[in-house]
Design a protein around this ligand. Structure first.
Ligand code: CO
Length: 471
């Protein structure tokens, strides 16, 4: 019999997200650096394309809940992980915080991130308005690092298509990123909306029109993610994101082990050793139980059907439910989900990702409880004013006039880059914080999270009983 064994001609590359998005998605970002170290060297030997180790919510939770200096994690991991590039998630002008920061802060933050060992910057804007990543990108390129441009994946129906989020939208956006100097393009499906056949069509279209490597990031939330990876791989996607099994599935990413097993013996087999991965997962099984209390267990199903019904991210529904419970209005959740869909349409169909998802959700609650736009949050007015950037579809002119009437920050929407409205921040902040910030890292952290970082810095530099700050 002839040997029909297929040689992998185009091996799939795999990025490991266990140390960032994995525990952010299912363990509330609480994994400690010390728990990463025992497997760090072995992870480095696996042959991952990259490891995502920083960014997203890690900076916030590390200093707020774990009493760890957020800047230290990549530095420490770099001692154990010397071959595999480090990736981080960065929200353009938002960096890893919750508002737009001035350009001087963005430049300093990117410089520092390069210095502590970040190699690949996955850089996104919630509205896919790339003016909000310009400064960030310039600095990444100046430092000679990898700029991964992001398409935030969104839909207006259960499948790709319609007037807004169709193939043409994503191809056009990807071309913009290519022009900006992107080294790769990431499809970022933060809510797990991407269905398998759409994954196939989208990756095929991008591979045809774009020269850059295509990287796919999705979440298991709706239960489609493994199927979507398989179809994307058939369509020629270059890299996918996974986690080791104990940190995978649910609202996290697909697990690496079944994917490696699935592709074995095919043209797209990975170069990862399944047995090595299984050993690492076994080790994580010993660590994971102490984080188990962060795992959502309010229902039996580990997938979220609301994503399929309304394209509303799972996390957004649980936030809304929490808010409504406090207002003793939980029984109106169904109405509010319908109103989220309407409010989002009014606001020009923004992708439902932080911070826009919170703004739309809070307004939908107000609309249901008090009547549509009878009470309007300032954040929604800012969105209408253009301070978050340009929405995918322009907001109706009459509604704009109504919402901005007598608004103190402006009544005419701005058309320029939002960050052009912001004055430099660093020198002012240095004066305000004074000696409490001993390094530029302390100072930048404090600009991003003034209250919680101030508290953390007091722990980091305790004052002795004589009132002298100890060395
Ligand atoms: Co993610």
């Amino acid at each position: 019999m002839k040997d029909t064994k297929i040689v992998p001609t185009n091996p799939i590359k795999i990025q490991d997200n266990t140390f960032r998005d994995g525990h952010q998605s299912i363990y509330a970002t609480r994994m400690r650096t010390e728990d990463m170290l025992p497997i760090a060297e072995e992870m480095d030997n696996c042959g991952f394309y990259a490891m995502e180790v920083w960014g997203g919510a890690t900076f916030d939770t590390m200093h707020r809940f774990l009493q760890e200096d957020p800047w230290m994690r990549p530095k420490v991991l770099k001692k154990y992980i010397t071959k595999t590039p480090f990736s981080m998630l960065i929200r353009g002008q938002n960096l890893v915080g919750y508002r737009h920061y001035a350009d001087d802060v963005v430049r300093a933050f990117v410089d520092k991130s390069c210095e502590i060992g970040i190699d690949i910057f996955r850089c996104f804007d919630a509205l896919n308005d790339y003016r909000n990543i310009e400064t960030c990108v310039q600095r990444i390129k100046d430092n000679g690092k990898h700029f991964q441009g992001v398409l935030c994946y969104s839909l207006t129906d259960i499948r790709l298509g319609g007037d807004v989020y169709n193939l043409n939208y994503y191809v056009t956006k990807a071309k913009e990123l290519e022009k900006m100097g992107a080294d790769s393009i990431c499809i970022k499906d933060m809510a797990g909306l991407l269905s398998p056949y759409d994954a196939y069509d989208l990756v095929s279209a991008l591979k045809k029109e774009i020269k850059l490597p295509i990287h796919l990031h999705t979440h298991y939330t709706s239960g489609m993610a493994s199927m979507s990876y398989l179809k994307a791989i058939e369509a020629g996607v270059d890299v996918v994101d996974t986690c080791l099994a104990p940190f995978a599935l649910r609202t996290s990413m697909p697990a690496v082990e079944p994917l490696v097993a699935t592709l074995t013996g095919t043209a797209r087999a990975s170069n990862l050793d399944l047995h090595k991965l299984l050993q690492l997962s076994e080790h994580l099984e010993e660590i994971a139980p102490k984080y188990n209390h962060h795992l959502a267990n309010h229902k039996l199903s580990i997938i979220d059907n609301a994503v399929l019904a309304h394209q509303i991210p799972g996390g957004m529904i649980s936030n809304l439910a929490g808010q409504l419970k406090e207002m003793k209005a939980l029984h109106r959740l169904g109405e509010i989900c319908d109103e989220v869909v309407r409010t989002r349409k009014d606001m020009g169909y923004p992708p439902l990702v932080t911070p826009v998802s919170q703004i739309i959700g809070a307004q939908a609650v107000l609309n249901v409880l008090f009547g549509r736009y009878v009470r309007v949050s300032n954040q929604l007015k800012d969105l209408v004013l253009g301070l978050y950037g340009k929405t995918p579809v322009p907001i109706d002119a009459e509604l704009t006039r109504k919402l901005l009437k007598n608004y103190k920050r402006g009544q005419e929407p701005i058309s320029g880059r939002p960050a052009d409205q912001l004055a430099p921040e660093i020198e002012e902040a240095r004066k305000t914080i004074g000696n409490l910030a001993r390094t530029d890292e302390d100072l930048l952290g404090w600009i991003l999270f003034p209250q919680t970082m101030e508290k953390y810095l007091h722990t980091k530099y305790p004052v002795d009983t004589t009132g002298k700050v100890s060395a």
